[in-house]
Design a protein around this ligand. Sequence first.
Ligand SMILES: Cc1ncc(COP(=O)(O)OP(=O)(O)O)c(N)n1
Ligand SMILES: Cc1ncsc1CCOP(=O)(O)O
Length: 210
Amino acid sequence: MSASLKGLYAITDATLLPTQEQLLFACEQALLGGAQLLQYREKSQNKRKRLAEGRALANLCAAYQRTLIINDDLELAAELGVGLHLGQKDGSVEQARRLLGDQAIIGATCHQDLALAKRAAEEGASYVAFGACFPSQTKPLASRAPIELFQNAAEQIHLPKVAIGGLNLDNSAQVIAAGAEMIAVVHALFSSTDIRQQAQAFSALFSNPV
Ligand SMILES: Cc1ncc(COP(=O)(O)OP(=O)(O)O)c(N)n1
Ligand SMILES: Cc1ncsc1CCOP(=O)(O)O
């Protein structure tokens, strides 16, 4: 299945979605609302829980022909046969590419650093992620990336660029206009009382740029 690396990138959060039932319901709503990528971001060390939830999300994504991305955990991504997102301390993109194969979607955190993005591209990343664009409730200590970075990146990095951090319906349009192909959202999506409708509203920003 070839993934579309343009649009809304939904990222789960265990505080907002503590049970597997809530997780699956919320993620299905996000997919129904048009999320193109879904990332399972689960920081617990409970391997059994991570495997069970990861497997359930992989099945859900397969049913909707969307791609699941596992945050940080190459072993779990390989076991499920899905994509992977790596932070700078989570292992090398090159090694992940060797293990997961040519078709896997592999993303890399590049903070606000174009040199990191160039290296990720050379190592075989599918997308690069910059942020935090705005103050983030989910990750308050995340370093900040200026919006202008996306304009500079457009000339130098020939991969889809994902924006993350504090993105909501009021501030995402300017990041898309600056050149981000995807916006990755946790709080403004999964804290919504109507996740499907919220996902639709985020997705519409890509078809109706302001
Ligand atoms: C799409 C996307 N971009 C950046 C991150 C941050 O990843 P990382 O640096 O590994 O930090 P944690 O998410 O592990 O706190 C991401 N998860 N997804
Ligand atoms: C994982 C991560 N990395 C930088 S900001 C962030 C959290 C994004 O969550 P939110 O959309 O709630 O700000």
